[in-house]
Design a protein around this ligand. Structure first.
Ligand SMILES: [Zn+2]
Ligand SMILES: [Zn+2]
Length: 336
């Protein structure tokens, strides 16, 4: 069997002809296997959805009970027969419930990583390396310039700034699924016990994480509590990245605009976004994690998708591993 007969790129995403399913399809299909809950991977309107229980909960929270015709929760590590192929979900270390999907038939195994990272994250299971013939890797930060510093250092930077400016509020822009909860959990692990304030759009997913056993400590709604600007002196407020420099931010005392993202590695990007305190904190593998993962798995072939594909393809070629870009469209650099 040729790899392309088992899994192939199509305008709607990766398609498996013998199993008749798509992985993370970008438009409604009959049968979809979903790697994780970010909105560019998990869309509403499919006939039948297979995903981890957590990912299904996230989709339900975002799109409502009728997010798909029907759905089925998949247990990690348990092979599942779909027509002529076997599919198995394995942890990807990206966000709560995130999974890689291994597709197998006639002795050929392809692993679609979805989005992944290799660093410890207290809010989700760590990435599990799965031996495979073809590894499909993301490449969001697929350039040698992207080397994420230790996440703990970035949280320490935030806490140092809070200590230095006790009269100002720190507004931390963070994506509502994954990043927000990771920042909060890491603040707790660093010993920060004060109430953390949330933009209204963050609440549903924070509650979901808590109900899945990720303790986030004392949280309060930043909008409801507003009115007394001074109450937020020294406070940490988590909000969507788009809000840190908007009108919404002005209700807080002399706000410090922070943004937790792998993109903050690019100073120019932080500057353009009006970010005063960039926090380089990513839920995607950086260049070293990408290349170390490929070297560790040592697959027969690598397919590279969304992000900076060419540099990683070239790195593979130099390492003696045949590689090609998939040119899939419809996936963003990061959520929102
Ligand atoms: Zn993602
Ligand atoms: Zn993605």
């Amino acid at each position: 069997m040729r790899p392309e007969d088992l899994l192939r790129p199509t305008p709607q995403g990766l398609y498996c002809p013998p199993g008749d399913f798509h992985i993370d399809p970008t438009s409604p299909v009959e049968r979809a296997l979903i790697t994780h809950g970010h909105s560019d991977h998990a869309r509403a309107g499919h006939g039948h959805v297979l995903a981890t229980r957590e990912t299904l909960r996230i989709m339900r929270a975002r799109y409502g009970d009728d997010f798909a015709g029907s759905s089925e929760a998949v247990a990690l590590g348990e092979p599942m027969r779909i027509k002529g192929v076997t599919a198995t979900f394995h942890p990807a270390g990206h966000v709560l419930g995130s999974a890689q999907i291994a597709v197998e038939a006639h002795g050929l195994r392809i692993v679609a990583s979805g989005d992944y990272k290799r660093r410890a994250d207290p809010t989700c299971l760590p990435f599990v390396p799965v031996a495979c013939d073809i590894f499909i890797t993301e490449a969001t930060f697929g350039l040698p310039v992207f080397r994420h510093p230790p996440a703990e250092d970035e949280i320490a930077k935030l806490l140092a700034s809070v200590a230095q400016f006790p009269e100002r509020a720190h507004l931390v822009g963070a994506y509502s699924l994954g990043k927000a909860q990771r920042v909060i959990r890491m603040l707790r692990d660093a010993g920060y016990e004060r109430t953390i304030y949330l933009h209204g759009s963050m609440e549903k997913l924070c509650q979901l994480y808590e109900s899945e056993g990720v303790a986030l400590g004392d949280l309060a709604n930043a909008t409801v509590a507003s009115g007394h600007k001074a109450d937020f002196a020294g406070a940490i407020v988590i909000c969507p990245p788009s809000e840190i420099t908007e009108r919404w931010a002005r209700r807080f005392p002399d706000p410090v605009a922070c943004f937790a993202s792998g993109w903050m590695r690019i100073r120019q990007r932080a500057k353009v976004a009006g970010v005063e305190l960039p926090l380089i904190l990513s839920d995607h593998a950086d260049w070293d994690e990408l290349t170390a993962t490929i070297a560790e798995l040592s697959p027969r072939e690598v397919w590279v998708t969304h992000g900076r594909e060419e540099a990683l393809v070239r790195w593979c070629s130099l390492a003696g591993i045949p590689a090609r870009p998939l040119h899939l469209v419809g996936y963003e650099d990061e959520e929102e």
